[in-house]
Design a protein around this ligand. Structure first.
Ligand code: MTE
Ligand code: MO
Length: 423
C-alpha cells in the first residue's frame, strides 16, 4: 500500500483505505473463501451447461430456418450452425426441455447471486489491470458477470411479464447467451481444476478470497450454503408446478400462468392469449362467416367447419408447452389431420411444409411455419374439439393447430389459412 506514485498519501490515509471496496480489509465476511466460491461455481457449471443446451434446443424447436416468420434472429449467421429438424417424438419433448430451461433458470438465481457475492472483492480489486493478460482476464469477467445477469434478468422478465419485449426478447436472450457462454467456457476452463481442488481441501487454510480481518462468524459456510440451497428449493417448489395439473399447478405461485386451471370443464386448461386480447371477433368465427382457405399444388379450396366435420376425424393426446415454461398435461384433441388437408390440395403421400395464418390481424404468434415432418405426423391436427367439446373461443375456435413435441407458439389458434409447400 505504501508503494506507488503517492506513498505518503497512502500511508496517511491507510486507515481510510479499508473503507474503500478496493481494499481487501473492507470485506469482512468470514464466509468468503475459495471453498464457498468453488462449490457455488461447480453447481453453476453444471446448471448453466443444462440451461445453454436447453436454450439452444428451444430456439431449434421454433423452426427458425424454415421461414422468416418463425425466426426472431434472422441475422444470426453462423450461430445457427446447429439447427436441425425438430422431431415430433417423444410428444412431450418441448414440455420437458423448456420446463427444465425455465425452472432451472429460476432455481439457480440464488446460486448466481451468492456466487457473485462471494467474489465481490475481486470485482473491486485495484489496479484494474496489472498486465495485458490481466486486463483481458478482467474484461472476460465483465462479460461473464454482465452476461449472466443479462441472461437471468431477460429470462425472468420474459416469463413474468411475457410481452415486455415485443419481438426483441428472443434476440436479446439469444445473442446474450452466446456472449455469456463464450466468457463462461473460458472461465470454466481456467477455473474448474482449481475449484475441484478447493472443494476437496474443504477451505481449511486461508486463500486469496478469505477476508484478511474477518468479522466473527454468525453462520458456518455450510450453513450459508444451506441458506442458498433453501432459497433455490423455495423457488423450485413455487415454479415447477406450472408443468403439472390440478393441485400441483396451484403451487406455482411464481408462475404468471400458474394458480390453478382457468374455469372448469373440458376447456379449462391454460390460455396464453384470450380471443378478446387477440382481437378475434365472434362474427368472423361463426358458421356463416368462417372459411378455412387451403392452398397447395392443385390450387385453393375453401372449407366451412361443417365441411371439415365431414372429413375423417382423428384424435391425439398432446400437451401445450409454452416457451415461458408452463405446460398442460396431454389434452384429447380431435380434428382433421394436417396431412389429409395437404392431400386435398395435391400433396398425397409426401406432404411438404405448411405456412399457417390466423384470423388474428395484429401481434406476434399469429403466423407460423411447420416442417414437413410435423405435417406428416398422423397426430398433427387441425383441431376442432378438445376433450370431447368444441374448442372454446380462447383455445382457438373454430380451429387450431396441434403438433406433437412442438412449442406452443407453433400451435396457431383461430386458423384461417394453410399454404402447403412453396414457403
Ligand atoms: N393466433 C394465435 N395463436 C397462438 C398464440 C397467439 O398469440 N395467437 N399463442 C401461441 C402460444 S405462445 C401458445 S403457448 C399457445 C397457447 O395455447 P392455449 O392458449 O390454447 O393454451 O397458443 C399459441 N397459438
Ligand atoms: Mo407460448
Amino acid at each position: 500500500m505504501g508503494r506507488g506514485p503517492f506513498p505518503g498519501v497512502c500511508r496517511s490515509y491507510g486507515r481510510d483505505m479499508s473503507r474503500s471496496p478496493s481494499s481487501p480489509g473492507f470485506w469482512r465476511s468470514p464466509l468468503r473463501g475459495a471453498w464457498f466460491t468453488s462449490v457455488l461455481g461447480l453447481v453453476l457449471l453444471a446448471g448453466v451447461t443444462v440451461l445453454f443446451v436447453t436454450g439452444l434446443l428451444s430456439y431449434a424447436a421454433y423452426n427458425p430456418d424454415l421461414s422468416p416468420v418463425n425466426d426472431k434472429t434472422p441475422d444470426k449467421g453462423l450461430l445457427g450452425f446447429y439447427l436441425f429438424a425438430w422431431p415430433t417424438d417423444p410428444h412431450w419433448l418441448y414440455r420437458l426441455t423448456q420446463g427444465v430451461h425455465v425452472t432451472l433458470g429460476i432455481t439457480l438465481v440464488p446460486v448466481l447471486l451468492a456466487k457473485l457475492w462471494s467474489v465481490i472483492p475481486r470485482l473491486f480489486a485495484l489496479p484494474p489491470a496489472r498486465s495485458l493478460t490481466h486486463a483481458l482476464e478482467r474484461l472476460s469477467l465483465l462479460l461473464l458477470v454482465g452476461g449472466a445477469l443479462f441472461e437471468f434478468v431477460t429470462g425472468v422478465l420474459n416469463v413474468q411479464l411475457d410481452y415486455l419485449f415485443p419481438g426483441s426478447f428472443y434476440r436479446l436472450h439469444f445473442y446474450g447467451a452466446w456472449v455469456f457462454i463464450a466468457a463462461f467456457v473460458a472461465h470454466a476452463v481456467l477455473k474448474t481444476p482449481a475449484a475441484l481442488r478447493n472443494v476437496r481441501r474443504l477451505g481449511r487454510e486461508p486463500d486469496e478470497l478469505t477476508a484478511p480481518r474477518p468479522d466473527p462468524p454468525t453462520v458456518s459456510r455450510r450453513g450459508a450454503l444451506g441458506f442458498v440451497g433453501g432459497g433455490s428449493l423455495l423457488l423450485f417448489a413455487t415454479t415447477a408446478g406450472q408443468g403439472f395439473d390440478g393441485p400441483l399447478r396451484r403451487t406455482a405461485l411464481l408462475a404468471p400462468h400458474g394458480g390453478g386451471e382457468p374455469g372448469s370443464g373440458p376447456n379449462a386448461f391454460q390460455i396464453n392469449k384470450t380471443a378478446a386480447l387477440a382481437g378475434i371477433d365472434a362474427a368472423e368465427t361463426g358458421e356463416d362467416a368462417w372459411r378455412l382457405v387451403v392452398v397447395g399444388r392443385t390450387g385453393t379450396i375453401r372449407l366451412s367447419r361443417a365441411d371439415l366435420l365431414r372429413l375423417p376425424l382423428h384424435s391425439s393426446s398432446l400437451p401445450i408447452a409454452c416457451v415461458e415454461g408452463w405446460s398442460t398435461s396431454d389434452q384429447w384433441w380431435r380434428g382433421v389431420r394436417l396431412r389429409d388437408l395437404a392431400a386435398r390440395v395435391g400433396h398425397e403421400g409426401d406432404p411438404p411444409d405448411v405456412f399457417v395464418e390466423s384470423l388474428q390481424r395484429h401481434g406476434s404468434f399469429r403466423r407460423a411455419a411447420l416442417r414437413a415432418n410435423q405435417v406428416a405426423d398422423p397426430r398433427s391436427l387441425l383441431a376442432l374439439y378438445v376433450n370431447g367439446e368444441e374448442l372454446s373461443p380462447d383455445h382457438g375456435y373454430p380451429a387450431r393447430i396441434i403438433v406433437p413435441a412442438a412449442p406452443g407458439v407453433l400451435n396457431t389458434k383461430w386458423v384461417a389459412r394453410l399454404t402447403f409447400g412453396d414457403l
